[in-house]
Each structure stands twice: as C-alpha cells, then as structure tokens.
Design a protein around this ligand. Structure first.
Ligand SMILES: *Cc1c(COP(=O)(O)O)cnc(C)c1O
Length: 335
C-alpha cells in the first residue's frame, strides 16, 4: 500500500505487475521516459572506478548519459562490437555491468543473447538489455539469461504516441533493492494517468505488434527487391545476417525497417524522406503511424558491423494499409 504519492498508487502497482508478467520479472520500476530508465540502470549499478561494457549499436542517447553524467562520476563505459570482439576478454575486475540492445538501434543487428549472458554470468557481471524493439512481447530476455530488461514504454507498450514513459524490470530481489535505492533517491515517478495509458496500451500489444510485423515484412520484402536499395535491414528477412538468431530467440519482428540507398548522397536521402506523404518525419516510433528519418551518419559510424557510406533511411511501419505505404515509397523513389 502506498504511503506517499511518489511511491505510486494502485494504478502504478497494476502496471508494475503487468510488466513483470510480460517480461517474466521479479520487480518493475516506472520512469518518466525510456532514457531515464536507461540512466536509472547505469546509476544504480555503477559507481566511481567502475567499468561497464556496452554493445556499440545501442540507442545513441545512452552515449550522452555517458559523456554528460557518468564521466563526471569517474564511471567508464566501453563500447564493443559483439560480432567482432570477445566479451570474455574485455571483462575486467572493475566491470560491473554488461549493457546490450538486440536488435540494435537503426540497423537491427541481432545479438547472440544466450552466449553473451552466459559469459557475463560466469564472471558474476549482471546483464541489462534494452528490449524496446520487441515491446516485451516478441522477446523475454530474462529467460535468456539477462538480469534486467529496459523498456522505452513510450514506444510499443503505450503504442499510441501520446505518452513518454520507461520501465526497468529485474529478475532478482538483490537487483530490485539496488535499483529501488537509486529510483527513490532520484525521486523518479510517473503520473497515474500515464500509468493508465500504458496499461491500456498493453491490452492491444499483441494485436498491434502482429500487424506491425505483417506490414513491415511486406515493406521489407518490397524494398529488398528494389533496384535503388543496396541493403534492407530487417531480421525477419531470411537474407538478413541476424535471421537465424532472431528465429531462434524471438517470436516475431516489429515495425522498424532500415534500408541503404544505392548511388545516393545525404541530400538525395533527404529528398526521399521529404517526398513521402504517408510516412511522417519522426524519431519516436512505436505508435500506430508510419515514420521515416535519415539515420544520422555519425551514429552509423559507431557500428563496427556496417562501415558503408551509403545513406540509410529508417522506417517505422505503422498500422495503415500496407499497399498505400508501398505506393508512398514507390512515389518517393520516383521523385
Ligand atoms: C526511444 C528509445 C529509448 C528512449 O525512450 P524515450 O522514452 O524516448 O526516452 C530507449 N531505447 C530505445 C531502443 C528507443 O528506441
């Protein structure tokens, strides 16, 4: 029972319980945005002199938390490429956290989560993973050995582009205690109406995600055959390098599809996005509507697995009629 507003009301408890059920977790913590959920994990588990390993295709604003906050606290984050680096060799005595995201942001590279979590667990290092892409429905990372799942509930959980919210779901009482101390110290809380919006979103999460998958698969298959596309990034495509891992660990694919343009520069990519009429320009995906943006080249350069100068466009394929969406893309290519 709540004793003070900041500690939440029954609506908050109902959402925390639902998120624990969704992710197979022990306790859930609510935060005012996905980024604050990420910062909560980092600040809870890391202190001066500590080191953490972070996969290089992670949601890029995490690097701002690193530069603007963690460095001042003498906390060192090291970015590694799970495809190229040996995680076991990178873990040091000071390593207190492995932080992953799968599929990665922008290019959706799929990580071998059971293998990576086994390495970290053998060294006693907790593993957190950003699970926003799957909405918690297509992947349960705690069942694959991760200890903490991070959700930007702003995206698929709320699902209607009308609320900002995050969540941290943990697998043990010990981690719950450590996260709860920082959550309390920072006074992190959300409004009960926002918690209600996330609960309402959860009720349609499976049907929305199934439709995102159907539409995104059709768009990805169409893009893959298009002569002006060098490469399409969508793990549900059999040709995608992450397909086998995705098929093993995930029960579906969500609405994000990226593609690299052939013989085009940044200006041409900008013209393409501007020519779209049904896809709005926007970053915060996960709602009903289709979105497009040119992936920032400096963010792509941080990924060791894709060193190609071709401009990349990221789509969020929404719930609209997919033939209309493909027609819009065809018009933009023509333009
Ligand atoms: C959007 C996003 C976040 C941050 O969520 P906000 O609610 O916008 O702060 C974190 N991780 C991933 C993968 C995201 O796409």
């Amino acid at each position: 029972m709540a004793t003070y507003g900041r500690h939440g009301l029954d609506t908050h408890t109902a959402l925390e319980d639902a998120l624990c059920t969704l992710e197979g977790g022990r306790r859930a913590f609510l935060t005012p945005s996905g980024l604050s959920a990420i910062a909560l994990v980092l600040l809870s588990l890391l202190g001066p002199g500590d080191h953490a390993l972070v996969s290089d295709s992670v949601y890029a604003p995490l690097r701002r938390v690193d530069l603007d906050l963690l460095r001042r606290l003498d906390i060192q984050l090291e970015y590694f490429s799970p495809a190229h680096d040996d995680l076991a060799a990178l873990i040091r005595p000071q390593t207190k956290l492995v932080y992953l995201e799968s599929p990665g942001s922008l290019l959706f590279d799929v990580l071998d989560l059971p293998a990576l979590t086994a390495i970290a667990r053998a060294r006693g290092v907790p593993v957190a993973i950003d699970n926003t892409w799957s909405g918690g429905w297509f992947l349960q990372p705690l069942k694959l050995g991760a200890n903490i799942s991070v959700q930007a509930s702003t995206k698929y959980i709320a699902g209607h582009s009308d609320v900002m919210q995050g969540a941290v779901i943990v697998d043990s009482d010990d981690l719950a205690r450590r996260i709860s101390i920082t959550h309390e110290a920072l006074g992190l809380t959300i409004g009960a109406d926002d918690a209600y919006l996330a609960l309402r979103g959860l009720r349609t999460l499976p049907v929305r995600l199934a439709q995102h998958q159907t539409n995104a698969t059709a768009v990805a298959q169409w893009l893959q055959r298009h002569p002006q596309v060098v490469r399409t990034f969508y793990p549900a495509l059999p040709e995608d390098p992450g397909h086998a891992l995705w098929q093993r660990d995930f029960s579906g694919a969500s609405g994000l599809v990226s593609f690299a343009l052939r013989d085009a520069d940044a200006a041409a990519a900008g013209r393409f996005v501007n020519a779209l009429q049904l896809f709005s320009i926007g970053a915060s995906w996960g709602g009903y509507e289709s979105l497009a943006l040119v992936a920032p080249p400096e963010r792509l350069r941080a990924y060791r697995s894709w060193q190609n100068p071709a401009p990349v466009i990221r789509l969020h394929v929404g719930l609209e009629d997919v033939q209309d969406l493909i027609g819009d893309l065809a018009r933009a290519f023509a333009a």
